[in-house]
Write a protein that binds this ligand. Sequence first.
Ligand code: PNW
Length: 487
Amino acid sequence: MRTRLTRRNFAQAAGAAVITASTPILDASAQATVPAANTGRGFPEGFLWGTATASYQIEGAVTEDGRGPSIWDVFSHTRGNTRDGATGDVADDHYHRYKSDIQLMKALGAKVYRFSVAWPRVFPSGVGTPNPKGLDFYDRLVDELLANGIDPYMTLYHWDLPQALQDRWGGWESRDTSRAFADYAGYVAAKLTDRVKHLFTLNELTVIVDLGYGSGVFAPGLKLPPEQLYQTRHNVLIGHGLGVQAIRAQAQAGTKVGIAENTAIAIPIIETPEDIAAARVAMREMNAGYLTAILEGRYTDAYLATAGANAPKFTSEDMKAISSPLDFVGINVYAPNAYVRSIDAAPGYLSIPFPASFPHMESKWLRIGPETLYWAPRHLAEIWGVKDIYITENGASAADVPADDGMVYDTDRIMYLRNYLANLQRATTEGVPVKGYFLWSLLDNFEWADGYNNRFGLYHVDYATQKRTAKLSASFYRAVMAANQVV
Ligand code: PNW
């Protein structure tokens, strides 16, 4: 009888070692990995390396210590909204395990950590009387980070809007929510900036607006008509701007404020001066509703022309608030949005359609485009003169499955990271002012509508036991950080 040639016995047939429970194999969490020496072609001295997470995706403990419900509690508990009906009720139970999770960061050698504050822990109904127990959690978290030599970078809004504000005002459909955000942001800044020196207002404006209020695939799950959608987008920009102002008014001296935005990213198809210029034009227009407005203080003509009668109502005061000066710009970089070439006709660029075979990670939207980590920061520096750039997120999803020996050999994630980081290294080598990089994510976690299937962590989480296991990519990333160079 012929044996069916499976992947495993093919490898055996080919003479390769196969990992079984009894195979002595390197421990992904061990210190055994020898970092390559920095040859001088690595990242700039003092480059900041870390990981990123967000409150609803990791904390769990959704009814504990007076936390109010958020739009993601309600949305995820509504049938059909998330894969397998997943919710963040427990998630990584980080609320109770933050101390040991900080030890995981320490074991990696990470120097910075980006986390988010859950607004409904601090103000259970969005406005009104703060809940001291809610803030206490972040107080303890910050102390524990600092005690372990890790500098906290804090996001104020990573999508968990208090449900009370959705019920009361339609959430970001109303400018009342923008004002409430500023009050909350100022309050947290006053309490924590004695120790937290870097703040981000909002995370990923386009996801808040276009996925939450446009397509409705994310909370609050609305499909607004264009006119309301444009106004909602404007309100989110106002929320960011008022938030910056409130933070500046309330924070201790020396506090730095920025944003964590996922810009749409245009890549020149060929590195000719013409295609590069075309990519800059594309980049500016593709972000016209968001970062372009924030950094320029105006909507582009093309944006307003496209909006037509649906254009948002705004005043010059609004635009002034929206473009309140920032200390740095954070960008979440994952997938290329467009490969462009130069054309003579308006608007001067052409987006090439993606071929069906274009590779992606487990998340279908996560097209693999390593050059994004070169071009996105370079565009920021060249178009808007941004002098301090952080990569606030970059990472890869997979349906990681532990091998027979319990380890996770995520060579796909390592391949992804190595290629993206090589492009970031090219950018910093050429003088693009990127100051730090936060890998998404420390742990597998609640990946929003994709539930728990799409894993982004350096540490695998067994959700039945909450056991964390370092994936092979954790060894890789630790070596990169230690060498300050792609290895
Ligand atoms: C970002 N898309 O989200 C978020 O900031 C994280 O919370 C999230 O876990 C991470 O990236 C990975 O997804 C995105 O559909 C979610 O294009 C969806 C999209 C982009 C970013």
